[in-house]
Design a protein around this ligand. Sequence first.
Ligand code: GRF
Length: 215
Amino acid sequence: MKDPCSVAVLISGNGTNLQALIDASEDANYRITAVISNNPDAYGLRRARDADIPTWTISHRDFNQRIEFDRALMARLDRIQPDLVVLAGFMRILSAEFVNHFSGRLLNIHPSLLPRYPGTDTHQRVLEAGDSEHGAAVHFVTEELDGGPVIAHSTVPVSPEDDASSLQEKVHREEYRLYPRVVTLFAEGRLKMTDGRAWLDGNALPAEGLHLERL
Ligand code: GRF
């Protein structure tokens, strides 16, 4: 891996996780070398430009088929040649071709304690289930939606006063600590995906990943 590790971030919206990754990179061993959005209006593009990071917009609306969009994205990333591709609120489902092309160097952050609650509306689902604990998880991306091996998670308590938006806020705050930490571990060459499992320093990680405080 090049030193520092070069990271491309894919976004669709506000980009608060992107901002956390940018802020943390100043004292870390990785650099964000590209930000790509499928949405031309994503506020995250502005955040990237403010940090002097090159940006690209590749709108999925310009393509008739999902696979054509994925191939355009792949071609752009292959020109940029990042060591790691990070999904940060990227709201497109990626094809097997894309995911396999970047296998082992493609991460996603998800607002639930995976493997619980893959998919959308996680905060509402946690409330409806009456869970006392919620959180965020970072995982390697595989063909299975939100189903790749989990690396790490961070938890928040659910209180009786919580609604979906207060939970979202709590989970976001944890995401901003969790994602930069995991990217740093990857940049140190300590994280791998092999045989469908996530490994840290040669040790297979549990299905729910390690707690942030143990990283
Ligand atoms: C985050 O909650 C992340 O877990 C999910 O999408 C949201 C992105 O928010 N994948 P932002 O664009 O980083 O503010």
